[in-house]
Design a protein around this ligand. Structure first.
Ligand code: SF4
Length: 157
């Protein structure tokens, strides 16, 4: 019987889904090769939280998430995080690959809350939630590194 692959959550924009605030994707070509080892489950927490495409850019400002025009969208971000975590719990997901720098998906960096293009160390709202639930969260570059290591192991086997 064919063994089921481990399920891994991934930011949908990294696989080419046009779900970003600007209606574009952030496709990272190599990531699709992860399907050799994992069953990828794409999610976009911002859309799951009720936000549309395109939408105003948002940043984390203290304990809230605000659009560039000052609208409070914290609830949308929280519900997107809740949704992403629910999927992880349902499918027993232990690893998530999330898009760096996003106010939802940022793993190590987010924008500074001043809409000036600068980044600061921090985690997006969904990343924070998943990490709190014990899920390992890595960004797209770390995922490519992981893929490289897995390919090396496979080639040396
Ligand atoms: Fe990509 Fe995450 Fe932003 Fe959706 S919320 S567009 S998945 S970075």
């Amino acid at each position: 019987m064919k063994q089921e692959k481990e399920k891994v959550l991934i930011s949908a924009c990294l696989l080419g889904e046009n779900c970003r605030y600007d209606g574009k994707a952030k496709k990272v070509n190599g990531l699709i090769d992860l399907t050799k080892y994992y069953d990828l489950i794409p999610v976009c927490p911002e859309m799951s939280g009720g936000l549309k495409v395109p939408r105003d850019p948002s940043e984390i400002v203290k304990d809230k998430v605000l659009t560039k025009t000052g609208r409070d969208v914290t609830e949308n971000y929280n519900s997107g995080a809740y949704w992403a975590n629910s999927i992880c719990q349902i499918y027993h997901i232990k690893l998530a690959i999330l898009k760096e720098d996003s106010p939802s998906c940022g793993t190590h960096f987010i924008h500074d809350g001043l809409f000036d293009g600068k980044k600061i160390p921090g985690q997006g709202i969904t990343t924070k939630k998943l990490v709190k639930m014990g899920i390992k969260v890595i960004n797209e570059n770390e995922a490519l590194e992981l893929l490289k290591k897995m390919s090396e192991v496979k080639n040396n086997a």
